[in-house]
Design a protein around this ligand. Structure first.
Ligand code: S3P
Length: 440
């Protein structure tokens, strides 16, 4: 059976199954978080930047289109993306509202840029994005002097921004969110005085690493990050592969007997590879080897072999480090001996779907006992032979269930596949290519 086959010519419903081992080496499209930042930092710089291996997902495309709507010239040149930056002051008032589509990162991070621009802009997106919390960025932006409007006191998008002269603030983040941290820091690069953002726990630190590598005025002291007015310089960067995409293939290899894969040139940023630590703790034969650094970002190769897994507990400060990988890890848990307990994961509720509720439904279909709590879930080993899954409009749920379906003995389906385009459009193709019986 060829995993990732469209059913009846309907590309929105794919069939997987048969448990063919995954074998081989591959490189993944660029990391989504780094790709958003590379495009935005290139736009904020004065001069030409060249980005290769940019993420191929629709979310990154949305950021590029929003920047184009603000007058930034972005062109493709072979495999490279060339951005002509004119500095933040070179951005121009858009002629229409700006569509962030399904991307929380695009909306929250670009709001920080637009908060200081002296023109009117409207950020909106699809129904999922318009239901996600925006009060978390609006509160600090207003405290810095920005004018932001929107439904229910601007707690949700569409967000209407009319930028103004901003002043620096010290802001204690209520949640460990890299999107909110980055939003405030990018507003801070346009503000008078110092802007200090203090996180309650570590979150992904691409903004800090990249801005520092690009010469912007940023300092990091533990969980406090300080910026003053300034800009990054133009740059050339090959974006490392996306560890959040790799996590799905790593779990697929871990739970499918006979598998052994190497994923090369991956972002090895310590704030992103918590899933490697969790899988290792579950008994997985998995190793991440450092190979270099690009623009302040560590790069490495990930080696995974199929293993007998057992349950674990994921809680506290580890959670922000694996927040996007919990759907994949929940599938690993459903194929593991014993119990896996995910705690302190309230942020799962406000992702592309309510991932606590969604995982209860989809992982439950594996015959795994799934209990949910307010801020987490408990997963036990499942015993299903086949299942019909739905993506619930969430790209990471779709890929997690494809991984589960691939490992099941009989043909299983994932409905609503189209959403995978948000982050990893090539996923079904890559899974099939690694499968031993792939004939493509
Ligand atoms: C991201 C931060 C995380 C993550 C998202 C990407 C980023 O969100 O879930 O997929 O690029 O900064 P939060 O900041 O809401 O935790």
């Amino acid at each position: 059976m060829n995993s990732g086959r469209a059913i009846g010519g309907a590309p929105d419903r794919l069939a997987f199954g048969g448990g063919q081992p995954l074998r081989g080496r591959l490189r993944l499209p660029g990391d989504k978080s780094i790709s958003h930042r590379a495009l935005i930092f290139a736009a904020l710089a004065h001069g030409t930047s060249v980005i290769t291996n940019l993420g191929t997902g629709a979310d990154v495309g949305a950021t590029a289109r929003v920047l184009a709507g603000l007058g930034v010239i972005i062109a493709s040149d072979g495999g490279a993306v060339v951005v002509e930056g004119s500095g933040v002051e070179g951005l121009t008032e858009p002629g229409d509202w700006l569509d962030c589509e399904n991307s929380g990162t695009a909306m929250r991070v670009l709001a920080g840029v637009l908060a200081g621009r002296p023109f009117l802009s409207v950020l909106s997106g699809d129904a999922s994005l318009r239901s996600r919390p925006m009060g978390r960025i609006v509160e600090p932006l207003r405290a810095m002097g920005a004018h932001v409007d929107g439904p229910d006191g601007a707690t949700r998008a569409p967000l209407v921004l009319r930028g103004d002269a901003l002043h620096g603030i010290r802001y204690e983040l209520p949640v460990a969110s890299a999107q909110v941290k980055t939003c405030v820091l990018l507003a801070g690069l346009q503000a008078d005085g110092q802007t200090v953002v203090v996180s309650p726990a570590p979150s992904r630190d691409h903004t800090e690493r990249m801005l520092r590598a690009l010469g912007a005025p940023i300092t990091v002291d533990g969980l406090a990050v300080t910026v003053t007015r300034g800009a990054p310089r133009p740059f050339e960067m090959a974006v490392p592969g996306d560890p959040s995409s790799a996590a799905f293939l790593a779990v697929a290899a871990a739970i499918t007997p006979g598998s052994e894969v190497v994923i090369e040139g991956l972002s090895a940023n310590p704030t992103r590879v918590g899933f490697v630590t969790v899988l290792k703790r579950m008994g997985c034969d998995i190793e991440l080897t450092a190979t270099g650094e690009v623009c302040g970002e560590p790069v490495g190769d990930l080696h995974v072999r199929a293993s007998e897994l057992h349950g674990t507990t994921i809680e506290g400060d580890e959670v922000p480090n694996v927040i996007d990988e919990i759907p994949a890890l929940a599938v690993a848990a459903a194929f593991a001996e014993g119990v896996t307990d995910v705690r302190d994961a309230a942020e799962l509720v406000v992702k592309e779907s309510n991932r606590i509720g969604t995982l209860r439904v989809v992982v439950g279909k594996l015959g795994a006992g799934v209990e949910t709590r307010a801020y987490g879930l408990v997963v036990r080993r499942g015993a299903a032979g086949a299942a019909a899954f739905a993506s619930h409009g969430d790209h990471r749920i779709a890929m997690a269930m494809a991984v589960a379906a691939h490992a099941l003995p009989a043909e299983s389906t994932v409905e609503g596949w189209r959403v995978v385009a948000s982050s990893y459009p090539e996923f079904a193709h890559d899974l099939a290519r690694l499968s031993a019986d792939d004939t493509s």
